[in-house]
Design a protein around this ligand. Structure first.
Ligand code: FAD
Length: 448
């Protein structure tokens, strides 16, 4: 019997698939965003896809994998863009999609099964008058477990910060990969043991996060004469503490033409901002935008915005699906020679450093800013579009960017501890010995 047949016998009764089409689909994520990762990961395949329907089934699978020493790559929505969910060493791809229950909702806190998508969670929270504080622009496909294990920030981060902030994730339940797997609950700072660990430190089966009061989020797109004017408005609006906001994204004038039907609403040569603002305060935001020279080119009320997000209805998709790494996706569809970087700016000189980069790189870098609160300050990170010519030039661009004062996190590596500020946090290696003693979880993602 092959090792896969032995495993299948061990997991008798669990939903699984071994056909080539399913294995291809479940072995891929959005690594192809990177021209460097694409050739490295295109042919990687799991040998079996298993879809558990309960925590007990996850534990049975973990036990079988430990006994047969079979690698496991956990998969949520498969929307990671660094190949995080690509199995490098075959084995099992563990599809968490059927563990999608809302486990508990209380005032200001909710617990969700790890495979629940962020959009389905928000739909379930709406009747409670609550919502997730922030979600990635992949809200529709991304799972809450995958976000905790592989994501960072998103729509809502202009108000609520990012996943790595204390209190952003209150608890997780994790299954260990041993002959007799354990179900561990990590709370408070212990959550760091699995946060952004690419699923190498245990199988997350539930996530508890704080919730925010739901607001009716209206959408606007605003045109500005220059990137600088749009960025100054973004900064002032993010700092406007009296206005509830969910999204503040700013684009260089060369980006709107890459944003399809929505982008065409921006007059040629103009920079733009995409905003989600509490509907009763939209007028106050618009006054601020006009004071910065802005012209409203697209407006949708909160009901229309929610229909676009919840029901897929409307002239254009929800505006957050044009921001964060969706901007890169839209651009790549129209210009495959483009790639991207992930940058952080020093809060005291973010606009100045942005100006330096724009001047230095000219047509090689198209600036795209996402405003965030970081450590109590309003600032931005960036996902600039970059003309790709060669790996050598891309590496030079990263070095020159750092020299000009921004911090680069390399999105062109699948290795967790090679990516700039994404370091393996102190409690993680120690916890790995406990949660994955045979190093079966997502092998190859951690440089030894
Ligand atoms: P997957 O891609 O399935 O997995 C991500 C990682 O987590 C993998 O290493 C996987 O092994 C691990 N994992 C998944 N589930 C579990 C689990 N239950 N237990 C243990 N490990 C697990 N990211 C952002 O942070 N913000 C954004 O706004 C954003 N926008 C994006 C836009 C586009 C177009 C794309 C392609 C990506 C974007 N991303 C963004 C990246 C990605 O969508 C998010 O990080 C998302 O939250 C990942 O969730 P997922 O369920 O798809 O995870």
């Amino acid at each position: 019997m092959s090792s896969t047949q032995v495993l299948i016998a061990e997991i008798d009764g669990l939903e699984h698939a071994t056909d080539a089409a399913t294995l291809r689909l479940k072995s891929r994520d959005f690594f192809w965003f990177s021209p460097l990762l694409k050739p490295q990961l295109d042919d990687c395949r799991a040998e079996i896809s298993v879809r558990p329907h309960s925590v007990d089934e996850v534990m049975r699978l973990a036990s079988a994998a430990a006994r047969t020493r079979t690698p496991i790559t956990v998969r949520g929505g498969g929307t990671g863009n660094y190949g995080q969910a690509v199995p490098l060493k075959g084995g099992i791809v563990l599809d968490m999609g059927a563990l999608d229950q809302v486990i508990e909702v209380k005032p200001a806190v909710g617990t969700f099964a790890a495979g629940a998508t962020m959009l389905e969670i928000d739909k379930a929270l709406a009747p409670h008058g609550q919502e997730l504080r922030f979600y990635p622009s992949t809200r529709k496909q991304a799972t809450i477990g995958g976000f905790v294990a592989g994501g960072a920030a998103g729509a809502g981060s202009c108000t609520w910060g990012q996943l790595s902030d204390a209190g952003a994730v209150l608890a997780v339940e994790v299954v260990t990969v041993e002959e007799a797997p354990k179900l561990l609950k990590l709370e408070g700072p212990d959550v760091l043991k699995v946060l952004h660990a690419y699923g190498i430190n245990g199988i997350i089966v539930s996530v508890t996060v704080p919730l925010a009061p739901a607001h009716p989020w209206a959408e606007r797109m605003i045109a500005f004469d220059t990137l600088e004017a749009a960025a100054r408005f973004g900064q002032a609006f993010t700092e406007a503490d009296g206005i509830a906001k969910k999204l503040v994204s700013v684009f260089d004038p060369r980006i709107p033409p890459k944003l399809g039907r929505l982008g065409r609403k921006v007059p040629e040569g103009k920079a733009a901002a995409i905003i989600m603002v509490a509907e009763p305060q939209a007028a106050a935001m618009e006054d601020m935008a006009r004071a910065h020279g802005g012209e409203i080119v697209f407006a949708r009320d909160a009901e229309g915005a929610q229909m676009a997000a919840f029901e897929g209805k409307g002239e254009v998709g929800p505006l957050y699906e044009y921001t964060w790494n969706h901007t890169t996706l839209h651009a790549l569809k129209r210009d495959p020679a483009i790639t991207y970087l992930q940058l952080r700016f020093p809060p005291d000189s973010n606009l100045e450093v942005m100006g330096r980069l724009a001047e230095h790189f000219g047509d090689e870098m198209l600036m795209h800013l996402e405003f965030q609160r970081r450590f109590g300050r309003a600032t931005f990170s960036a996902l600039p579009l970059v003309q790709f010519t060669s790996e050598a030039r891309l590496r030079e661009i990263m070095a020159e960017t750092e020299a000009l004062g921004a911090q680069v996190s390399d999105p062109h590596t699948y290795v967790l501890n090679n990516a700039g500020w994404k370091r393996v946090d102190a409690p993680q290696p120690e916890f790995k010995r406990q949660a994955d003693p045979y190093s079966l979880l997502n092998p190859g993602k951690l440089a030894e």
